[in-house]
Design a protein around this ligand. Structure first.
Ligand code: UDP
Length: 502
């Protein structure tokens, strides 16, 4: 930036939502802003999330700067009818997730107290607050301290635009038809009822989901501006819709992955990329070393990686059909499995949920690996043997896949994942949708057909790979600075800071 302010003068306070898919992008954003401005960034969250962030930052970032600070906010989940020490959405049932979302509103007072403390310490208010898109209450908080709130949208522009427009207007409640139009979206992008979360399908403005999402999202849109975890060149339509809808500046600051993930990787795992989880090698049943040795023994672009993110799973029948189709396809695979919908996600995985002898046959034929509960996804995605990703289309997973040029087989399960999947298929041409929802219709033969199609070396599969590769190059260019070229994501951060300073 041209005339740099004295870095010591400015600090920014960040309030991420309590979920892993939100915390890590916040951490990476903090690091990026610090690198470009020298400002101090303070990430304030609850105790267990701080442990997670500290562990992740030491595992993930060789270059995490000392200008990033962490601060603890008091939060007691049992005060809100949640199990003790519940500080993320991970492993929560859907019914409890909404309780957790409501409980997150109780952070407003600790956040207010924290800003008071900061003002005492720094002698001035923060330059701005960067709050999660689910913390609409932060807008009034920022105003009361005579600073501004910037909402950080951790999902993509298309997905967020659909999320806010649908929650705001509940267009599906105004028609009997299965398909409906969504304000802001072109007529050709009609949405289907099956693309709505089951709670949104029946929402009427007075239910518990509406009572969280409607006010928080509406308030969030009163922020000074939005930062979006996407890349300008990746989602032209989504960004146009979002900007027209919110009538606020939207700066695209993605891709928020560690730099190492964007350099071309060798085929060895890099400990600096993995999100730290103590249970990785314990519950995996195989060591990370064995996993990567196995990947290295596979042909380039031949392996299907299957994961439904950090907190989702599919139904027992669906799991069985997926396994049947996978076996029929005879493609090598790595599948991150956890107990099916309706069972304790932290509990033991029972063999009866898979076809008899499935795991043994996969081992004997050197066909594939089952990883229990959690895998080092970023390392796996970056491996040259990965040819496709069967994903729930969580936004981080989408970006991680596209940043490695890997096409997607979509099975969206919740949140805005359906909208992400729709965009991947209709706008980007890098995905085929296999099913929808944890209990979605699925049959083994269809699974085989889709896997074959996406992984084939010519025809549609090859086209999708080509397209994914083009997107990979665009994404990577956005975070590069070389000579006169400043990538769009870096420029967005500079422009955002300049606008706040002005
Ligand atoms: N993740 C991982 N290992 C797993 C499952 C998930 O490392 O076994 C990471 C994944 O790389 C991504 C995040 O957790 O960064 C999941 O975020 P996403 O937005 O894809 O989905 P969510 O979990 O929020 O539904």
């Amino acid at each position: 930036m041209g005339s740099q302010p004295n870095p010591d003068d400015h600090y920014i306070v960040m309030f991420p939502f309590m979920a892993h898919g939100h915390l890590i992008p916040f951490l990476t954003l903090a690091n990026r802003i610090h690198q470009r401005t020298g400002f101090t960034l303070i990430i304030a969250t609850t105790k267990l999330n701080l442990h997670y962030l500290r562990r992740s930052s030491s595992n993930r970032y060789d270059d995490l700067n000392s200008g990033i600070h962490f601060a603890e906010l008091p939060f007691s989940s049992s005060d809100h009818g949640l199990p003790p020490n519940t500080e993320t959405t991970e492993n929560l049932s859907r019914a409890k997730i909404i309780d957790f979302l409501h409980a997150s509103r109780s952070l407003e007072t600790p956040c207010r107290n924290f800003i008071h403390e900061c003002i005492g310490q720094y002698g001035r208010q923060p330059l701005c607050i960067i709050s999660d898109m689910f913390y609409g209450w932060a807008v009034d908080l920022a105003n009361s301290f005579d600073t501004v709130n910037i909402a950080f949208v951790t999902c993509g522009a298309y997905g967020f635009a659909a999320l806010i427009s649908i929650w705001n207007e509940l267009p599906h409640r105004k028609t009997e038809s299965e398909e409906f139009e969504v304000t802001g979206f072109p007529k050709r992008c009609r949405f289907h009822r099956s693309q709505l979360h089951q709670f949104l399908r029946v929402a009427d403005g007075s239910d518990t989901w509406s009572r969280f999402f409607q006010p928080q999202l509406r308030l969030c849109l009163k922020s000074h501006a939005l930062l979006c975890n996407t890349v300008e060149e990746l989602e032209p339509l989504g960004l146009q819709i979002l900007r027209d809808y919110v009538k606020r500046p939207v700066w695209c600051v993605g891709l928020l992955l560690p730099q190492a993930a964007l350099n071309d990787m060798s085929c060895s795992p890099s400990s600096s990329l993995s999100i730290s989880k103590p249970r990785v090698s314990k519950e995996v049943g195989i060591s990370a070393e064995k996993l990567f040795k196995w990947l290295a023994s596979q042909e380039p672009k031949s392996v299907l990686y299957i994961s439904f993110g950090s907190q989702n799973t599919i139904g027992a029948t669906q799991m069985m059909e997926l396994a049947i189709g996978l076996e029929k396809s005879e493609k090598p695979f790595v599948w991150v499995i956890r107990p099916p919908e309706g069972f304790d996600l932290k509990g033991e995985f029972r063999q009866e949920w898979l076809p008899e002898g499935f795991e043994e046959r996969a081992k004997e034929n050197n066909r594939g690996l089952l990883v229990r509960n959690w895998a080092p996804q970023l390392d796996i995605m970056a491996h040259k043997s990965i040819g496709a990703f069967l994903s729930h289309c969580g936004w981080n997973s989408v970006l991680e896949s596209l940043s490695q040029g890997v096409p997607i087989i979509g099975w969206p399960l919740a949140g805005e994942q359906n909208y992400n999947s729709k965009m991947l298929v209709e706008e980007m041409g890098v995905s085929v949708e296999l099913s929808r929802g944890p209990l979605g219709t699925i049959a083994g033969d269809e699974v085989k057909k889709v896997i074959d199609l996406v992984m084939e070396r010519d025809g549609k599969g090859e086209e999708m790979k080509k397209r994914a590769n083009e997107l990979k190059l665009q994404i990577r260019a956005a975070v590069k600075e070389e000579g006169e070229h400043k990538g769009s994501a870096l420029k967005a951060i500079d422009d955002c800071v300049a606008s706040i300073l002005a």
